[in-house]
Design a protein around this ligand. Structure first.
Ligand code: PHE
Ligand code: NA
Length: 511
């Protein structure tokens, strides 16, 4: 408890590191396709609703839990949530709450990386291909190019390079590693994004005169109310968790390196603003209109393909496409790396604080762990000779979507319904701005938990309908070769959850 913890070097460093944590592939790779396939403008209504009702209140809670945990020498979620729950319930129950939260955070930080780091690697590889112009050669089809790209084991080198980069950055610690990379990469990312955005807005469509980038802007900003649906609302809430890095432990972990009385209200609002600028303005105003101009309203829907199949097509047909392409993929790389650093640091902190393994060794262990958990995704595309990534999809279904929301719900219930007013007091300690009591009552104690519960019920129902609880979910029903990959993913998720529970339980017990 008295051991000295590292702190952030400066306010600007802290804000950029937190922005680096939040701004990730979620903003540029996930947001455009999720928004586009859920009705464009109609998606933005529940999106902003979820931002206010879920995003802001939970962000405040996570900074507060994290700073409090750090004050007591903890950077991981198990002990942190135990410290919270203990204020309101018997220690035995508090240990269970802590272990459940620690379990989810552990599983998320390990398993999200089984696919996230691959996308980072693809981004780096595609940045190189953009400069070399490989996918721009006449006759190259960008979808076929992507398929052959992911089936080629040689390309895994970019994944390994990314992992090595992460290991070295995290090894150097908070100030010299995480903070200095964020200070370099985040401003560069914004500059690249703004240049791409300006380029996007001056784009006519070579394909169809009705598909200019301005029509694309209209698609995302002019809601067609008839397309509002429960599904799009659920997708919006899920996107808010994902993009703000909520419900996974990494905001808490960064907040644990704050001074005990350092402001959190203003800083968390600053983090949200920087993330939303990157997502809504840069992701929404650059990526969506660029894609729209070339693909039109139907073509823009699509999944992981949007970033790696649709946009390369766009660069191929654009003057200076090699440079703009490289800029886009480097932007993706920087966004991904600064988020992956946060997850990496979470696991290194866990090894350090819970198991007494020093940072350097911890970073090497996590590196090896990531190679292992990342292997099935590499193997699936190489062995099945296809770009169908069902293992990836299934891990993301549970880890990147569902469990984040479950963890968010546990947190808000503990803070809003169990710890209550002393949680508000803790949140406001040292605040440049303070959260007013009415806000806490209205949001943390009422709207936020109720909204999450409603979302979770519908979310679960949707999963049941899609067959996600059956051995053969409907999305692989007619592709028997992939059933095994889906179930392998479930087995891995389950195993990691069990390990996470035992690990958290032990570490709380022995503290
Ligand atoms: N919030 C980040 C993003 O938008 C980081 C993140 C990592 C989110 C992993 C979810 C999963 O990409
Ligand atoms: Na984000």
């Amino acid at each position: 408890m008295e051991e000295s913890r590292e702190n952030w070097g400066s306010k600007i460093g802290l804000i950029l590191a937190m922005a680096g944590n939040a701004v990730g592939l979620g903003n540029f790779w996930r947001f455009p396709y999720v928004a586009a396939s859920n009705g464009g403008g109609a998606f933005m209504i529940p999106y902003f609703f979820a931002l206010i009702v879920i995003g802001i209140p939970i962000m405040l809670v996570e900074w507060s839990i994290g700073r409090y945990g750090g004050k007591h020498g903890h950077g991981t979620l198990g002990p942190m949530m135990y410290l919270q729950a203990k204020q309101a319930m018997k220690p035995k129950k508090a240990i269970i709450v802590g272990s459940l939260c620690g379990m989810i955070a552990f599983a998320v930080t390990i398993l999200v990386n089984s696919y996230y780091n691959h996308i980072i690697g693809w981004s780096l590889g595609y940045a190189v291909h953009s400069l070399l112009g490989t996918y721009m050669k006449p006759g190259v089809d960008s979808a076929a190019f992507f398929a052959s790209y992911v089936q080629n084991p040689a390309m895994l080198i970019f994944w390994v390079i990314s992992l090595l980069f992460l290991a070295m950055a995290v090894m150097k610690g908070i100030q010299k590693g995480i903070e200095s990379w964020a200070k370099l990469m985040m401003p560069t990312l914004y500059v690249f994004g703004i240049i791409l955005g300006i380029r996007a807005l001056t784009l006519g469509s070579p394909v169809n005169p009705d598909w200019s980038s301005l029509a694309g802007l209209n698609f995302i900003w002019n809601p067609d109310f008839s397309r509002l649906s429960w599904q799009s609302a659920i997708a919006a809430a899920g996107q808010i968790f994902f993009t703000l890095s909520l419900g996974m432990g990494i905001i808490h972990n960064y907040a644990s390196y704050l001074q005990p009385d350092e402001d959190i209200v203003t800083s968390s609002v600053a983090t949200i603003s920087l993330n939303e600028f990157a997502e809504v303005i840069l992701g929404g105003t650059a990526v969506i209109p660029i894609a729209y101009a070339f693909l039109g309203p139907e073509g823009i829907k699509g999944s992981i393909g949007l970033a790696f199949m649709a946009l390369p097509n766009v660069f191929t047909n654009m003057a200076g496409g090699g440079i703009f392409g490289a800029m886009w993929f480097l932007l993706l790389f920087f966004a991904g790396i600064t988020s992956a650093i946060a997850m990496y640091n979470y696991l290194v902190a866990l090894l350090e604080e819970d198991l007494g393994i020093e940072r350097k060794k911890g970073a090497i262990i996590v590196f090896i762990g990531y190679l292992i958990v990342g292997a099935p995704i590499a193997l699936e595309s190489v062995l099945t000779k296809s770009a169908n990534l069902f293992y990836f999809t299934e891990v993301d279904n549970w880890i990147g979507n569902y469990l984040l929301i479950v963890l968010g719900l546990i947190e808000i219930i503990i803070i809003g319904w169990c710890v209550k007013d002393s949680a508000l007091e803790e949140m406001n300690k040292g605040g440049l701005w303070k959260v007013p009591k009415w806000f806490f009552r209205l949001f943390h104690q009422f709207l936020t938990p109720v909204t999450i519960i409603v979302f979770l019920v519908f979310f679960t129902r949707d999963y049941a309908i899609a067959g996600n609880f059956k051995l053969v979910p409907s999305y692989v029903a007619n592709m028997p070769d992939f059933v095994i990959w889906v179930n392998l993913a479930r087995l891995v998720v389950f195993t990691v959850l069990v390990i996470g529970f035992i690990q958290s339980y032990k570490s709380i017990k022995t503290k």
